[in-house]
Design a protein around this ligand. Structure first.
Ligand code: NAD
Ligand code: MN
Length: 472
């Protein structure tokens, strides 16, 4: 591999404060306690963040309720102006946000700068455009907002998940209380500053920080009309149980175990890039990651040789370095989960990683591939949520479809083949919310996203994503 001189992005563009408050009713206020967020690449503490207890959540919900009266009555055109303003500030401050995201989350700057931030702004622009056209969205001539949305998001795409949740909610006339993940609260708090900068009326967006208890207090609060959650299937199930029997509307976006299916007529070099992007993008911290490779037997050897050569060129290390491909694992807990499943995998199948030196401090996991995997293996069934790929082979298209569908999940899949007719035929049979053809992990605000089976219910993004925030 070529050796490059270090090319770190300067961290001086962000001003990380020693401590952060909760954002309630347009103001930063103290919480009932505090916790630390760390840089997963160095294990250094970054800041103290206020911890919201049930009382703080109550204040945030009350602020959102009060703000709803005016916000929901504002003409869509006026709400749209606020969203356009937020979108433009996000663009202006995108370098700052990208650096902060990489520091708090561990993802490579290449991704936060070139993927996350452009998509974040695009979501706000897209839903800003809908705000005054809701009567044409197919939900009746004058659809009404639901009320106060309680939104809980994970740590893998902190700002992008915030955008997926907040932009459509506000466009439809709802107000929100959002809880970011406890390991990645900082960009949400910077977003709160952007709401102030945009003169968004107080209480329309409230941000409460904390861990599972704070999230639970939010989704169970009687003043919340709509719950939106992205995270683990386990917590998603708990939320589904607790809102059952209430009037709350709920959307859940949970796990995945996507198959990336490579047929023998696929453009192999392009497919290998797609496999790498599918599973090693964002350290595999992606619910729709292509974590299972299904490759046709006749080309399996060729694909694997080429994949291993490509994996040997991936650079693991400093998230702020512009050449880094794989950054830090987000937390010690996540690293131990990945390690535990990889160890189980080692007893089931053949493990391989390229030689790669990992930094001494911080949370790191080398890109890993398992071959000789069968459908019964745990690494073929369970979500690992790390840079770990399980490889299975197939002989016929029917076998590929059967294996691809054989998981409790159904979020996404990929198909690689030269034949357009085969793409359509296979995509039709895959029980997955998104099927990418000759590409992988491509996102666009106009395109709905969501899953089948244990991957959750409801859609986010696109026109479909409006439905979750309207009384229809
Ligand atoms: P998690 O589901 O515990 O956390 C997601 C969010 O939910 C966080 O903000 C968390 O504070 C909050 N939360 C936790 N318990 C809650 C509760 N009882 N009520 C309300 N909110 C609650 O996920 P995790 O522990 O960070 O990760 C565990 C596994 O989940 C990962 O290994 C991965 O497999 C999966 N995961 C999936 C996604 C996804 O995008 N679908 C995201 C993160 C994690
Ligand atoms: Mn952190």
């Amino acid at each position: 591999m070529f050796e490059y001189a270090p090319a770190p992005e300067s961290a001086s563009i962000v001003d990380i404060k020693p401590s952060y408050g909760l954002f309630i009713d347009g103001q930063f206020v103290d919480g009932s306690g505090a916790f630390k967020t760390i840089n997963p690449a160095t294990e250094e503490p970054l800041a103290e963040v206020a911890l919201a207890d049930a009382g703080d959540v109550d204040k945030a919900v009350a602020a959102a309720r009060k703000a709803f009266k005016k916000w929901s009555k504002l003409p869509g055109k006026e709400r749209g102006k606020y969203l356009f303003r937020i979108a433009r500030i996000l663009q202006e401050r995108s370098r700052e946000l990208a650096v902060l995201e990489s520091i708090d989350n561990g993802k490579p700057i290449k991704e936060s700068r070139d993927v996350d931030l452009p998509l974040v702004a695009a979501h706000f622009f897209y839903y800003a455009g809908w705000a005054d056209k809701l009567g044409y969205a197919g939900f009746g001539p004058d659809p009404k907002p639901i009320g106060v949305a309680g939104q809980v998001i994970p740590w893998n795409f902190p700002l992008l998940m915030l955008a997926w949740k907040i932009a459509p909610a506000l466009a439809c006339g709802n107000t929100v209380v959002l809880k970011p993940a406890e390991t990645t609260p900082l960009t949400a708090l910077l977003f709160a500053e952007i709401c102030q900068q945009a003169d968004l009326p107080p209480g329309v967006v409230n941000i409460v920080t904390g861990a599972g208890e704070t999230g639970s207090a939010l989704v169970n609060h009687p003043g919340v009309d709509k719950v939106a959650f992205t995270g683990s299937t386990e917590v998603g199930r708990m939320i589904a149980r607790s809102v059952a029997g209430t009037n709350k509307k709920v959307t859940l976006e949970l796990g995945g175990k996507a198959a990336n299916i490579i047929f023998e007529d696929a453009p192999i070099d392009q497919a290998v890039e797609g496999i790498v992007n599918g599973i090693f993008f964002n350290q595999g911290h992606v619910c729709c990651a292509g974590s299972r490779l299904l490759v046709q037997e006749s080309v399996a050897e060729e694909v694997l040789d080429s994949l291993k050569r490509r994996m040997a060129t991936l650079r693991v290390g400093d998230p702020l370095d512009k050449n880094t491909d794989i950054g830090a694992i987000n937390s010690a807990e996540q690293l131990s989960r990945i390690r535990a499943l990889a160890e189980i995998g080692e007893s089931e199948a053949d493990r391989w990683s390229p030689p790669c030196e990992l930094p001494a401090k911080g949370f790191w996991f080398a890109p890993t591939v398992f071959t000789g995997v069968t459908q019964a293996h745990r690494i073929a069934q369970e979500e690992i949520f790390g840079p770990v790929l399980s490889v299975l082979t197939f002989r016929t298209p029917a076998e590929a479809v059967e294996k691809a569908n054989n998981t409790p999940y159904g979020l996404s899949a990929g198909v690689w083949t030269e034949k357009g007719s085969r793409i359509l035929k296979i995509a039709d049979k895959l029980r997955a919310g998104v099927v990418w053809a000759n590409t992988f992990n491509k996102f666009d605000p106009t395109s709905p996203f969501g899953g089948y089976k244990e991957s959750g219910y409801g859609r986010e993004g696109g026109r479909h994503g409006l439905e979750a925030y309207l009384n229809v």
